[in-house]
Design a binder for this molecule. Structure first.
Ligand code: PLP
Length: 423
């Protein structure tokens, strides 16, 4: 059978301008050589978590073997080496997101913890009964529930900006929802369920016009495009390491210095203090103020290695390559009779969410798995998005920089197999 990738050439012109050697890149990822049920793995669950390149794995290993100790506390050689590497990782993350200074980067467990930190410190100090917090209908649960909890605790109201049937925020509605009661806005940069790239610059501008500070959930943005928090002019930005080829259990919160330095601590304990007595504790300056206890030292250092890896390939080259691949996947799947795409925004990254007529997404996921194809079936922690489209779940293929057109062809063949089974 003539495969689609041979017959079509979508997006190749941009790839030619920025040569991107995906075969070579794939060699960096040991997991991509796995076989599943005897078939070569096709890994299309990158929005949930990405595979890791050798450079990240090696840095973790090297750290534990050669320069591991607790950070910030020791005068001895190893502690100083580990501290240096940990703080260097912070500077790498600072450069990666374009923060003005390293102290604006707080290491957290991931996006979820970053949002909870902001909600329970900045949010608690700012939001009162009668106030409003504005989010959008396409948020991940981790950018809904912490704000809902904040509203319950304070008597504020959670307002939700609607999306249209393509999966785009309706900007006029967004603007209308911003008012003198709005104390905080939080929005996803790239939707994990739909792939929509939100016009966050515009939305931040609208919020700032009403003096509303903004948190951007960048979990699905950082693996796919260059982010510059100063150009975006956001007040907070959060992301997870494990979705950008780094380890699990580490992520970062960017906060504008003037806001961070005025915020109370999140958790109490060691590391986050200047001095402690039973009468009074004085807190350290950020970022230490928000990093109570022994941090994920090796995770942060390996996240630094992931930043190096992405920057080595070039974020713009990655964006262009993936954009061609996403066009290819979108066109290939939408050409299959009986397949319905969920989320057709003009600007999308990485994600194709779809349904196959007559087949439950979970069955689709199971059948594809037997073909060696890893996709996700479910609500993708975005149940309100599913409600909007009137479906309980979708099948989600999410792409990363190492995926290929041949893999998309395998997915399309797998979809045909599902359709055969479900007649
Ligand atoms: N926000 C978005 C858009 C996501 O896709 C995810 C994870 O899927 C999260 C937040 C939560 O990330 P984590 O589980 O790493 O905290």
């Amino acid at each position: 059978m003539a495969m689609l990738h041979e017959a079509k050439n979508i997006g190749s012109s941009s790839a030619e301008k920025h040569p991107f050697d995906v075969d070579k890149i794939r060699q960096d990822f040991p997991a991509l050589g796995l076989r599943v049920y005897g078939k070569p793995l096709v890994y299309l669950d990158n929005a949930a978590s990405t595979q890791k390149p050798v450079s990240v794995l090696d840095e973790e290993d090297r750290c534990y073997r050669e320069y591991y100790s607790n950070v910030h506390r020791g005068v001895h050689y190893l502690s100083q080496k580990a501290t240096e590497a940990y703080e260097q990782a912070r500077r790498k993350v600072q450069g990666f997101v374009g923060a003005a200074r390293p102290e604006e980067i707080v290491f957290v467990r991931g996006t979820t913890e970053g949002i909870n930190l902001v909600a329970s410190t900045f949010g608690r100090g700012r939001v009162e009964a009668g106030d409003e917090v504005l989010i959008t209908e396409m948020e991940h649960h981790s950018n809904i529930v912490p704000w809902q909890m904040l509203c319950e605790q304070t008597g504020a109201t959670l307002r939700v900006a609607p999306i249209d049937d393509r999966g785009e925020v309706i900007l006029e509605e967004y603007e209308k929802l911003l008012n003198e009661r709005t104390r905080l806005a939080a929005m996803v940069y790239v939707s994990n369920a739909l792939g929509t790239i939100n016009p966050v610059e515009r939305m931040i501008e609208m919020a700032h016009a009403q003096d509303v500070p903004v948190l951007v959930d960048g979990a699905q943005a950082v693996p796919h495009m260059k982010v510059d928090v100063q150009a975006l002019d956001c007040d907070f930005f959060v992301f997870s390491g494990h979705k950008m080829f780094g380890p699990t259990g580490i992520g970062a919160l960017y906060g504008r210095w003037d806001l961070l330095s005025a915020m109370p601590p999140y958790q109490g304990g060691g590391e986050m203090i200047r001095s402690v007595s039973f009468a009074k504790t004085e807190y350290a300056e950020p970022p230490a103020r928000f990093e109570a206890g022994t941090p994920n030292i090796v995770g942060a250092i390996a996240l630094g290695a992931a930043v190096d890896y992405l920057q080595g390939l070039g974020l713009e080259a990655i964006r262009q390559y993936e954009s061609g691949l996403l066009d290819y996947a979108t066109e290939a799947l939408s050409a299959v009779p009986g397949v319905r795409l969920v989320g057709t925004a003009t600007h999308r990254a990485s994600v194709v969410s779809f349904l196959i007529e007559g087949a439950h997404p979970h069955d689709v996921g199971t059948i594809l798995d037997r073909e060696g194809i890893a996709v996700r079936a479910g609500h993708h922690c975005a149940q309100p998005v599913m409600d909007h489209f009137g479906v309980p779940a979708t099948v989600r293929a999410s792409l990363a920089l190492y995926n290929t057109r041949q893999e998309i062809d395998r997915l399309v063949t797998g979809v045909a197999k599902v359709q055969e089974i479900f007649g």
